[in-house]
Design a protein around this ligand. Structure first.
Ligand SMILES: [Cu+2]
Length: 346
């Protein structure tokens, strides 16, 4: 059950108005009687004039602050930041992302079933309130996921009683802006009794899918197709790849396995808008736990459907050396970046 220790709620109206006004200015006074051609031209001009960073973010590029996590028995103390950090999401294209801890997706959080999470959000954004919505917990959203004002801290306490691979995200209005600008990530709650296939697994990776849209353009995020659809890897332990969601992250630096390995992916599609049809080319997923719950055990799957926010644990054995791509089987999204590589060697 959610218990509040302390938090300072600020509705942040002024910042929200500031954000929305950035999208609304200009071209409001287009004449009613212009020719269709001119109307098109006006529309194209406004489409090209995508919103820029809001004024307080313009020169801001905050160094990533590492996630802090300390355990005392079953009490886990987690400190995260909301911060504005530049991320190169495609070669030569840098996005001034709204992030948790300077990463997008944010840092991986792993706790155990039965833990109590003491979560503190340090909002380093000077202009906009942010918040945390953990899908892994039960909480009254207006209290447990309340906004934390700019330059303030909020602490919240939750019990993690259900195992799985869950999304987390900023829940501040408009949620689409906060999530599409980069405020999303994954929390794994490890099942108390493990998964029935734990002993068979040789390699484990965490893979996240997300989309990007035109920078801070709520209209584009609302009405259009994503510009990029990408995968990232989040480190389960030191030495594992830990990347942002960029177009080539998991192609330039493939994940690795040996012939005969049973590979487990913890996967989540943080969206915000699209579903993922997760597929590993050249294998069949022998064991799948939908949303990462051990009771949701499926076998022999070619493709696993991940709704926006949905997760899974998927396991497959690589029987031959080679280059195995994993994709969303919606191939228009592969064209936009949604592919990664598992390199299997003898
Ligand atoms: Cu936010």
């Amino acid at each position: 059950m959610f218990k509040k220790i302390s938090f300072r709620v600020v509705i942040g109206l002024s910042a929200t108005v500031l954000l929305l006004s950035a999208c609304a200015d200009g071209n409001e006074e287009a004449e009613n009687d212009v020719s269709p051609d001119l109307e098109d031209a006006i529309e194209n001009v406004s489409a090209e004039a995508a919103p820029e960073a809001i004024e307080p973010h313009k020169d801001l590029n905050q160094d990533p602050v590492p996630l802090e996590m300390e355990r005392d028995g079953t009490d886990v103390y987690i400190n995260m930041t909301a911060q504005i950090t530049d991320i190169e999401i495609d070669k030569g294209y840098t996005y001034k992302a709204w992030t948790f801890n300077g990463e997008a997706p944010g840092p991986l959080v792993v706790v155990n079933e039965g833990d109590t999470i003491h979560f503190t959000l340090d909002n380093m954004d000077p202009a906009i309130p942010h918040s945390m919505d953990f899908h892994a917990v039960h909480a009254a959203p207006d209290k447990g996921f309340a906004d934390v004002a700019p330059n303030e801290e909020g602490t919240f306490v939750y019990d993690a009683n259900s195992p799985g691979v869950f999304m987390y995200h900023c829940g501040t209005d408009p949620v689409l802006s906060h999530v599409a600008n980069g405020m999303h990530g994954v929390i794994i709650v490890q099942p108390e009794d493990g998964y029935p296939t734990d002993d068979e697994v040789d390699q484990e990776y965490v893979i996240v899918q997300n989309e990007w849209y035109q920078y801070n353009d709520l209209d584009d995020m609302t009405n259009n197709e994503p510009s990029q659809v990408v995968f990232s890897a989040k480190a389960l332990e030191d030495g594992q790849p830990n990347t942002n969601g960029t177009v080539s992250a998991l192609k330039d630096e493939p994940l690795t396995a040996k012939v005969g390995d049973k590979v487990r992916f913890y996967i989540n599609n943080v969206g915000p808008n699209e579903v993922s049809s997760f597929h590993v080319i050249g294998t069949i997923m022998d064991d799948v736990y939908l949303d990462g719950h051990p009771d949701n055990h499926l076998t022999g799957m070619q493709t696993v459907m991940l709704p926006a926010s949905g997760g899974a644990v998927v396991e497959f054995t690589v029987k031959e050396a080679g280059t195995y791509k994993f994709v969303t089987h919606q191939f228009n999204h592969v064209q936009k970046g949604a592919a990664g590589v598992l390199e299997v060697t003898e």
